[in-house]
Design a protein around this ligand. Sequence first.
Ligand code: HEM
Length: 393
Amino acid sequence: MRSDGTMVEFNPFMAGTDDDPYPTYAWLRDEDPVYHSERHGFYAVSRFADVEAVSRDWQRFSNAQGIDIDQTGDLFGPNFITSDPPDHRLTRRLLQHRFSPRAISDAIEPLVRDQVNELVAKVAGNNAVDVGRELAWPLPFSIACHLLGFPSEDREFLWDASQRFEERQVGRSVAPEVAERAAAELRLYVAEQAAGRRRNPGHDLVSLLVSAEIDGKPLSELEIVGNTFALFNAGTQTTACLLTNALVLLGSHPEQLAWLTRNPDRVPDAVEEFLRFEAPVQHFTRTTTEEVSMHGIRIPHGSKVVLLYGAANRDPREWIDPERLDLSREPRRHVAFGEGIHFCLGAPIARLEGRIALEALLPHLRNYRLTDPPTRLRSHQLRGYVSVPAALA
Ligand code: HEM
């Protein structure tokens, strides 16, 4: 309740139409840190310390009943992101070495450089170009296709199906039919890829999953499809949101762009500030395994608890002047990649894509400006854009 007596409602089902959720987040952090939505039946935590504590407490806050408020993950099939230890630990261990710093610098960095050079050459000097569609989206899709061994000519289909998969409607708490159809197409595609890799294995993650054994048992067909779909989804849309947010923020904060152009060595820190300021994943959800009490509020066993990364990353208890984008800020830990045992496996790849793309783009951004309003992705939990019309000349 506000001081003037009006109610504040946090509604996660705005499907990318809420241009400024931050005043609501500020109210939640200050006035209602364990918010209860009676209408939608969830709790939400918004302070940095609470989001961090809940993320670390996997025993009482489980991933196994799904991490999406709209049950997006149910459409993947069984996967290790929506699992708890010991299953989670075993599958994560299986994949982890492919995401090590060594594996990334040897196998992924050269590829990111090649892709970035190709994409930047297409947009540089152009005075009417959609830097979202021409750069920010194709880059993570190319890298994910490479990691999973998907043929690069399938990129257009995968991108289109992913956008349909993410499509949500304002006020509807479950995925619409268009998203369910896209999920079915993607599951079928992934199953065909897995069948191909059984006959003809390569060095990609799908080949790893089809040949893997956990506790002496191979993964089931459903687990192979679920894990592949989850890896693909986790790595693509999120990173495209990071890149589109950065491109929109640079266009709307010319003084920050000018500072970064004078300090290109600070691009890695700027990537962290973009992630802090506009968390690409605004929230994920947990389910309580027992009754829990926080800030004097009793959360019953089996409740959904939303972790508001986007609110936590602007908590003034943690940052000075958090509502200001400041690319010169000394970076410190934020929760854009989560925290605890589910901390983002692909964070080093997302950071690499952000850093290399911005380093390559910066010299071409001297006259950069947004030419038309960017178009938001209509997702319940991702925050970013599908289209960013701009001029670089
Ligand atoms: C800016 C881009 C990205 C953001 C903001 C992001 C965000 C997140 C967040 C918040 C989580 C925590 C999930 C939880 O606690 O339940 C997570 C987990 C995960 N992310 Fe990312 N992610 C990004 C890029 C990537 C990329 C590029 C990949 C793979 C190539 C990836 C793969 C994963 C996986 C596999 C997990 C699950 C880890 C586990 O459950 O142990 N992510 N990500």
